[in-house]
Design a protein around this ligand. Structure first.
Ligand code: SAH
Length: 376
């Protein structure tokens, strides 16, 4: 067996949450469950990636661990910093694919945007990841590995920084990689893990209704829903998943999720695209929809990417839209576009996707055709 094959055969402990790691120690190592707490502290509080660093774990156990397990983080392919401080990492995974993670520093918090899949199968029309097609789900170790890598990098810089919030808003649809995402979010929220408060871990979904109900049972995290349109005809077009789970059903699922977390509200994301979904009438229609449940609205100016048919709304249009929603009593935030110079803004993440759906080839043809027409 080559070294490489041996290392991939070992179990990656970054993929096990506390109950999984406890079971690993009890069932596979014949040890006590508390070993999980001990090892997690080393991994997540001191960023140890070598069992030899774990000095309060006996030498014999350290050696046994090194034989069957590893702490392996995706390797960094590219590390780019934007003029506004936003930083993006392209991380390579086994099998040659790559995913992106983005850190957005703000004066009082630092948000990490994490990917859940290589590419995405949902094909939302205005999203660069969707245009890349889908390759595979990330393992829980690969999801946690993004947080681990960035947390360690930030802890080691001067002055050090901390991740205070994680949003599952990078590449992919997190609810289509349910188990791995839930395991990873458990580690993010565990005091022996990254120790983030429940409400500081946010899962963003395009609206998989049955999975929202499952999530409600499985993890107490903040929920964000990508709405983007006040009516089904338009949403069918922008977010094809809407044909399966139309707005009324989606909002019912959100209501059920919220009802079990009475002090929380659901965040609705709404990407503003010029002459598509940004009119005052659409703002009023949106208000009617959102008034029926405790909600916040997050307006995102559309971030263009090569070959897209959409444009960003005009600043005055955005202002009017925001005012209408705000005056109706819905808390509205306008997401400042960050990291645009390094293509790290919402919906621009593209990674290195070896597309299994062949969608990227169709998209390439569309772009070429458009260029031909423009030149004619
Ligand atoms: N699959 C999840 C996570 C996607 S990315 C979801 O759909 O929620 C996070 C947000 O960025 C989503 O609201 C997504 O619709 C939005 N987005 C995608 N492409 C965008 C673009 N080009 N400009 C602005 N927002 C975009």
């Amino acid at each position: 067996m080559t070294n490489n094959a041996a290392s991939t055969a070992k179990i990656n402990l970054l993929g096990l949450d506390r109950s999984g790691l406890g079971a690993f120690f009890v069932e596979q190592m014949g040890e006590k469950r508390f070993r999980a707490d001990q090892v997690m502290k080393w991994m997540y509080h001191y960023f140890a990636d070598d069992f030899e660093q774990m000095t309060d774990v006996g030498k014999a156990l350290r050696q046994r661990l090194a034989e069957v397990a590893q702490i392996r983080v995706p390797s960094v392919q590219v590390d780019q910093q934007s003029t506004d401080g936003t930083r993006k990492w392209l991380l390579s995974l086994d099998g040659g694919n790559g995913i992106e993670a983005v850190f957005i520093p703000e004066p009082r918090r630092g948000t990490l945007c994490v990917s859940s899949q290589v590419g995405c199968g949902l094909n939302c029309r205005f999203c660069a990841t969707g245009k890349q097609g889908f390759n595979r789900n990330l393992t829980s170790a690969e999801i946690v590995g993004q947080v681990w890598h960035v947390a360690r990098t930030l802890a080691q810089q001067t002055p050090p920084r901390r991740i205070t919030n994680v949003v599952m808003m990078g590449m992919g649809e997190p609810l289509l990689n349910f188990d791995n995402v839930v395991t990873a979010m458990n580690i993010m929220r565990d005091d022996f893990g990254f120790g983030l408060a429940n409400k500081r871990v946010t899962l963003s979904t395009a609206g998989l209704v049955p999975k929202i109900d499952e999530l409600s049972d499985a993890a107490d995290v903040s929920l964000a829903v990508s709405l983007h349109a006040p009516d089904d005809a338009l949403r069918d077009h922008l977010v094809p998943l809407n044909k399966k789970y139309p707005i009324a059903e989606l909002l019912d699922a959100c209501r059920r999720y919220q009802a079990r977390r009475p002090r929380s509200s659901i965040t609705f994301e709404y990407t503003l695209m010029k002459d598509i979904n940004d009119s005052p009438a659409q703002a009023r229609a949106l208000v009617k929809r959102l008034r029926t449940l405790p909600s916040k609205l997050n307006l995102i100016p559309f971030n263009p990417f090569p070959g897209t048919e959409f444009e960003c709304s005009e600043p005055e249009t955005i202002e009017t839209f925001q005012r209408i929603v705000h005056e109706a009593g819905i808390i509205t935030t306008l997401r400042r576009t960050r990291g645009q110079d390094i293509d790290a803004a919402c919906g621009q993440l593209a990674g290195m996707v070896d597309d299994r759906t062949r969608r990227s080839e169709q998209f390439r043809q569309e772009v070429l055709e458009r260029a031909r027409r423009a030149a004619a």
